[in-house]
Design a binder for this molecule. Structure first.
Ligand SMILES: C[S@@+](CC[C@H](N)C(=O)[O-])C[C@H]1O[C@@H](n2cnc3c(N)ncnc32)[C@H](O)[C@@H]1O
Length: 414
């Protein structure tokens, strides 16, 4: 069934929302104020044509937009896009009764993302390498991507050849590609086990091609060059497939905000520390205790600290912070500053412990405004005051948003 709809606003995922007699209908790639022709299937609709376009509609920069599931909003004018993204954070905070001061969005430039999680697959007709179509397992084979650093896009033909060499079946698998100072670091997951001559051929290919490293399911197959990344001035050798902030400039912004807020703290806890994005920068100023659940990541942080120069003491602890958050007693015994940067699920139990602590300066970094708002509510109920919240765009044209919230707990009167 198809129908004519008028779009009233943008939803949280970037879809246009039309109010109808049957309730809300979500129309991907439609903008507020537009009259559109859409084919309807319950609450979901497909855009057939735009009858009256919004003045905010612009030409998408990528030929794959609309098919590739990576981007939702390339067709919206830049200022309106930024305001929509910032509003997602404001709305999440408001829904928890938090009227915190929220900065303008720190924008993200095209061609800056240093990591790509491609889906790859060999077929009878050749290799598919790209991103999944929205809500689908179909691979959109990409020729370009205006999000990614040119070093990754320029390597697409090479990565296709690599896919053909490592794939052990026609099953799709993940190809994580990271730009590093020494070349691309490629981590395949699920491509199958490489043995004998096939493995030797892959090793020779990687050496010839100038890639820094290839690993498959966590095993390093060949590492012609150490794929180093910088945490401020400290070089880090991340384990295969480790978490890294997607855009180096966004990471620098976030680390700058966290560092400035914790500048007066002499003993800082970095919770969900990863390979040391914050810890290794904060250690220029004060002692840091870094806590992380992934053994390989924390080992990499430790190694970077030992080879790093000009750093105050950094201690590391492998710990599952969902199961065993640092208690308020542990926090009070040692720290006057803290940063926590959990996965999308947030850090509810850890936030409850921080809320009970007297740690003066706290920075919360998050890639999910909803769980961030929940955790901030806990901290505010525990006596913290939010001094600033900064939305940082790291996932251009997508609904995903990074944010840094800065909090302080007034000293107790004696
Ligand atoms: C969003 S990343 C942040 C990493 C680091 N702060 C950075 O900026 O690169 C979240 C980190 O939390 C870690 N993590 C996930 N679940 C955890 C848990 N239950 N306990 C401790 N760490 C966990 C992940 O391994 C990952 O390194």
């Amino acid at each position: 069934m198809s129908g004519i709809l008028t779009i009233s606003r943008l939803g949280a995922q970037g879809d246009g929302i039309a109010e109808t007699g049957q309730g809300q209908v979500f129309v991907p790639f439609a903008l507020p104020g537009e009259k559109v022709n859409a084919s309807l299937d319950g609450k979901k609709a497909d855009l057939v044509s735009v009858i009256e376009p919004s003045p905010l509609r612009v030409e998408p920069p990528c030929r794959h937009f609309g098919d590739c599931g990576g981007c939702a909003l390339q067709h919206l004018e830049e200022t309106a896009y930024r305001e929509w993204k910032r509003e997602k954070l404001v709305e999440a905070l408001r829904s928890k009764g938090l009227e915190a001061p929220v900065d303008d969005l720190v924008p993200c430039q095209p061609h800056t993302r240093r990591r790509a999680a491609f889906t790859a697959r060999t077929t009878d007709k050749g290799v598919l390498l790209g991103f999944n179509a929205a809500l689908s397992h179909r691979i959109v084979d990409v020729e370009e991507c205006p999000l990614l650093l040119p070093s990754i896009v320029d390597s697409l033909p090479l990565l296709r050849d690599l896919t053909a060499l490592i794939a052990r079946s026609f099953k799709p698998f993940r190809l994580n590609v990271t730009h590093t100072a020494s070349g691309l670091d490629v981590a395949a997951e699920g491509s199958g086990s490489l043995e004998g001559k096939a493995r030797q051929a892959v090793v020779e290919f990687v050496v010839r091609s100038g890639l820094a490293r290839l690993s498959i399911d966590g095993e390093i197959i060949v590492e012609p060059k150490k794929p180093l990344i910088m945490a401020g001035e400290v070089a880090v050798l991340p384990p295969p497939g480790a978490f890294l902030q997607a855009v180096a400039e966004a990471e620098t912004t976030m680390a700058g905000l966290v560092g400035a807020h914790l500048a007066k703290a002499k003993r800082v806890a970095d919770l969900f520390a990863g390979v040391g994005t914050f810890a290794l920068r904060l250690a220029r100023n004060g002692e840091v205790h870094a806590v992380e659940g992934d053994a390989a990541a924390i080992a990499s942080l430790d190694r970077a600290y030992r080879f790093g120069e000009g750093l105050k003491k950094v201690t590391v602890e492998k710990r599952d912070l969902f199961v065993r958050p640092l208690t308020f007693k542990e926090l009070d015994a040692t720290f006057d500053g803290l940063v926590f940067d959990p996965p999308r699920a947030g850090a509810e139990d850890q936030a409850k412990q921080i809320a009970r602590s007297q740690v003066r300066f706290v920075a919360a970094v998050s890639c999910n405004p909803v769980t961030l708002a929940r955790d901030l509510r806990i901290l505010v109920d525990g006596g913290y005051r939010i001094t600033r919240v900064v939305p940082v765009d790291q996932f251009l044209w997508s609904p995903h948003l990074e944010a840094v919230a800065l909090l302080e707990k007034p000293r107790k009167r004696r």
